[in-house]
Design a protein around this ligand. Structure first.
Ligand code: NAD
Length: 352
């Protein structure tokens, strides 16, 4: 049991951004990512137990709002998340999120939490978990293209799970790379900033792309990707929003989270609907091959899947209880007689 139980039936524990920051800092960011990766690995290990559906998106001109539900038959979780690449121009973030964990037994929410930080942490944890199974052995250098909100979390996850210490940064906005370097250099990374993606990927064992642009961009062209590299493609996650040239996909072994969703949103939207790909859980289960050899290009076509958020919600539920880093929200009507909802409203008139 998590120890996270609200005092009264009307109350739901709520983790604010402030409390999430305290929780992450108290735990240590790298340890948090490592433990979260463990929860994701465990849930990917019981893949068959989950309801799985591509997320439900509402697509606007400037971006998307998505709902990401799943359940393992005992717990239910969902995340609300947006993706609006132009948001940073007026001080808003590209991605924000919040989520709910609920008891499928009685339908009551057990936890509501900010998930903007949690999404960055879980995306990084998933990327590094996947890379720890697919990247070339002894990888020590990662090119990081797109140095916005996700980038530092990716770097920390790859250090935590794979020991990556050397980073080669590129962003079309040099200020983003400078920000990323200023945040990460004090943490002990060896960092160089480059003026082009071509320069940044030179000699890298792993290439992470985490750019935001609402179109089919070409962050990596075919000639930029040599044999043996692992590509962690994070930013292509919406219909009409990709990062890699199609020819790279044709040379790679492609790994997905939940393929029906990735066919809609991922890099593989550029390929035929029956193009062969491998779901990562199969590699974990030992029923599919991972990297096939030293010269194999492995590509994680990341879009972000509901089970990763479910794992994050479970992790936070288990972690936060003893810390007290939450408040309780009066979220659920709780009449003395459960069938007398109207009476509760009427009686309240006297005091409200
Ligand atoms: N796969 C997942 O699970 C997942 C999760 C979260 C976010 N994302 C996606 O990751 C991407 C990055 O998210 P973020 O929150 O860091 O966004 P952000 O807006 O904070 O940062 C994106 C950065 O990319 C840079 N950029 C844009 N075009 C570029 C180009 N052509 N070459 C190099 N750099 C370029 C921008 O200057 C910016 O610094 C987004 O597309 C987001 O939708 C994916």
């Amino acid at each position: 049991m998590s120890g996270l139980v609200a005092r009264n039936l009307n109350m739901v524990p709520f983790v604010s951004v402030e409390d999430m920051m305290k929780l992450v800092l108290k735990t240590g960011t790298e340890r948090f990512i490592q433990e979260l990766a463990g929860y994701i690995r465990d849930d990917f290990g019981r893949w068959e137990r989950f309801d799985k559906t591509p997320r439900v998106g509402s697509y606007g001109h400037e971006g998307v709002i998505e709902l990401m539900p799943t359940s393992d038959g005992e717990l239910y979780g969902f995340k609300y998340v947006n993706g609006h690449p132009k948001n940073t121009r007026d001080g808003r973030q590209t991605v924000t999120a919040f989520g709910v964990l609920a008891d499928l037994g009685n339908g009551y929410p057990m936890l509501i939490t900010e998930m903007t930080l949690l999404t960055a942490l879980r995306t990084a944890a998933t990327s590094a978990l996947v890379a720890s199974h697919l990247a070339p052995k002894g990888s020590h250098t990662m090119a990081l293209i797109g140095n916005g909100a996700q980038s530092e979390f990716q770097a920390l996850a790859f250090r935590s799970l794979l020991g990556i210490e050397r980073l080669r940064l590129y962003d079309t906005d040099p200020a983003a790379s400078e920000k990323c370097k200023a945040n990460l250099a004090p943490l002990g990374f060896e960092i160089e900033i480059f003026r082009s993606g071509e320069e940044a990927v030179e000699g890298a064992d792993i290439i992470t792309t985490a750019t935001a642009d609402k179109r089919n961009a070409t962050i990596l062209t075919d000639n930029m990707v040599g044999p043996g590299v692992h590509i962690n493609a994070v930013g292509g996650d919406c219909p009409g929003k990709t990062e890699l040239h199609r020819d790279i996909l044709l040379r790679s072994s492609i790994f997905t989270e939940f393929t029906p969703q990735t066919r809609i949103e991922g890099e593989i939207q550029q390929l035929d609907a029956d193009y062969p790909v491998t779901e990562f859980w199969q590699v974990l289960a030992g029923t599919a091959d991972g990297r096939r050899g030293e010269r194999d290009i492995t590509l994680f076509d990341s879009v972000g899947f509901a089970i990763e958020d479910f794992s994050s919600l479970r992790y936070v539920r288990d972690l936060v209880g003893p810390t007290g880093l939450y408040e309780e929200l009066d979220m659920l009507a709780d009449p003395d007689d459960p069938r007398d909802l109207f009476g509760m409203l009427q009686r309240a008139a006297a005091r409200l």
